[in-house]
Design a protein around this ligand. Structure first.
Ligand SMILES: *Cc1c(COP(=O)(O)O)cnc(C)c1O
Length: 421
């Protein structure tokens, strides 16, 4: 089945409850009926809901759909994208280990992976996002994961997924790709050999800016990579916190199972069933939305490119973009999602544009159906010294758009008025 169809139907049997909409199981716990069934569930002899911190029937529909759409074996949904990234890494690395992290990633992921995780004794080593030219030199026996974004936020660069996967596989290291901006509709990292994809569901999947959420999806082949691999002893040795369970012996996808049975169990960033339901509503229309986001963004990027007050435009699907070849290679119908940035060369002029637009809202979010405009130099990158700004790819006059689903001509005239006011 195609991904658009899976997004509407997969993982929910309408005949079970006779409802078109997936029911919201707003419950904390579940009635086991007998002591024997309770014991079987805890011993993993039977799989089923135990407690909503671990699993929930509404969330499970979302997990199944996301796994199917990403061509993966299993998924786990978390309360935020940040929690998903933390669990994805903490499931592999511990004190004394290192992880390799692409330079161009989401700001929250950078602080999590380079500052917060450092306090847990895990070192992040940064590599060049665009060509991974320095990646292999950073690997040693304590390297436990390679983390990158398929289509990066806010730099809007496209990773060389094939090259990263090839290097990782030669060393038996797990790759984690944040696929939030591309979405499973435009790109499936797992089909290109990536082991794990993570998502912030808060963005395009939700689509309405109505709830925070995250997800982790593992590939069919990840079990093979983990089992008997000396880099990953925790999957191969008895887990003392689960009465000596050996994950490698289980007939399930063990990477997300271990996140459920140990990390979510203990740290607890579990989603609310209601938020899972909101993400299910969003997922149903993701296919049509992301195509419209991409079409609108391309139209706007072309308009900006021709405008005399615009110095440069960054949109990977533009013919002039250095990422165009990778967009053609990796993304469905060469579509590149809804992020566009452009440089007007001047800090104050950029701020003036934000204050002049009427349809674009000044918000630090992306992926909403409503268009958003931001000025990184005066907000997200305010604390960065002017001389260091250029190095981060954020210039003083850079304006970033998350292009929504309004009529593109209205968005263009809004930007035109702002540029010429
Ligand atoms: C927003 C975002 C995150 C963090 O997700 P939250 O749901 O806000 O916690 C992670 N990665 C990318 C690419 C994002 O855009």
């Amino acid at each position: 089945m195609h991904k658009e169809t899976l997004a509407l139907h997969y993982g929910y049997d309408k005949e079970c409850h006779g409802t078109m909409s997936v029911p919201i199981f707003q419950t904390t716990a579940y009635d086991f009926e007998t002591a024997e069934r309770a014991a079987n569930l805890f011993a993993l002899k039977e799989l089923g809901p135990i407690y909503t911190r671990l699993n929930n029937p509404t969330t499970e529909v979302l997990e199944k759909r996301l796994a199917a759409m990403e061509k993966g074996a299993a998924a786990i949904v978390t309360s935020s994208g940040q929690a998903a990234i933390f669990y994805a890494v903490a499931n592999l690395a511990e004190s004394g280990d290192n992880i390799l992290v692409a330079k161009k990633i989401y700001g929250g992921a950078t602080t999590l992976l380079t500052h917060t995780i450092k306090r847990f004794g895990i070192e992040a080593r940064l590599f060049e996002s665009d060509d991974a030219s320095d990646l292999e030199d950073l690997i040693d026996e304590n390297t436990k994961a390679i983390f990158f974004e398929s289509l990066s936020n806010p730099h809007i660069s496209v990773a060389d997924t094939e090259k990263i996967v090839e290097i990782a596989n030669r060393h038996g290291i797990v790759t984690i790709c944040d696929n939030t901006v591309a979405t499973p509709i435009l790109f499936n990292p797992i089909q290109w050999g990536v082991d794990v994809t993570v998502h912030s569901l808060s963005k395009y999947v939700n689509g309405q800016g109505s709830a925070i959420g995250g997800a982790i999806i593992e590939s069919e082949t990840l079990n093979q990579k983990l089992i008997s691999n000396p880099r990953y002893p925790h999957f191969n040795e008895p887990d003392e916190s689960y009465h000596g369970l050996v994950y490698a012996d289980l007939p399930f996808p063990i990477y997300t199972l271990r996140i459920r049975l140990s990390l979510i169990r203990d740290i607890g960033a579990a989603p609310s069933p209601f938020n899972s339901w909101l993400h299910i509503q969003g997922l149903e229309t993701l296919g049509v939305r992301i195509k419209e986001h991409s079409k609108n963004a391309l139209k706007i990027a072309r308009f900006l490119q021709e405008h005399p007050k615009v110095k440069s435009v960054n949109y990977p699907a533009l013919e002039s973009s250095p990422y165009k070849a990778k967009v053609d290679k990796y993304f469905t119908d060469s579509m590149a999602s809804g992020l566009v940035s452009f440089d007007v060369g001047d800090f104050d002029f950029a701020k003036k544009i934000l204050n002049s637009t009427k349809i674009f809202s000044v918000v630090v979010n992306i992926g909403d159906s409503k268009s958003i405009i931001t000025h990184p130099a005066s907000t997200t990158h305010q604390q960065v010294k002017p001389e260091e700004l250029e190095a981060t790819g954020v210039t003083a006059g850079l304006v970033r758009l998350s292009v929504g689903l309004e009529n593109a001509d209205d968005l263009i005239s809004d930007l035109k008025d702002a540029l010429e006011s």
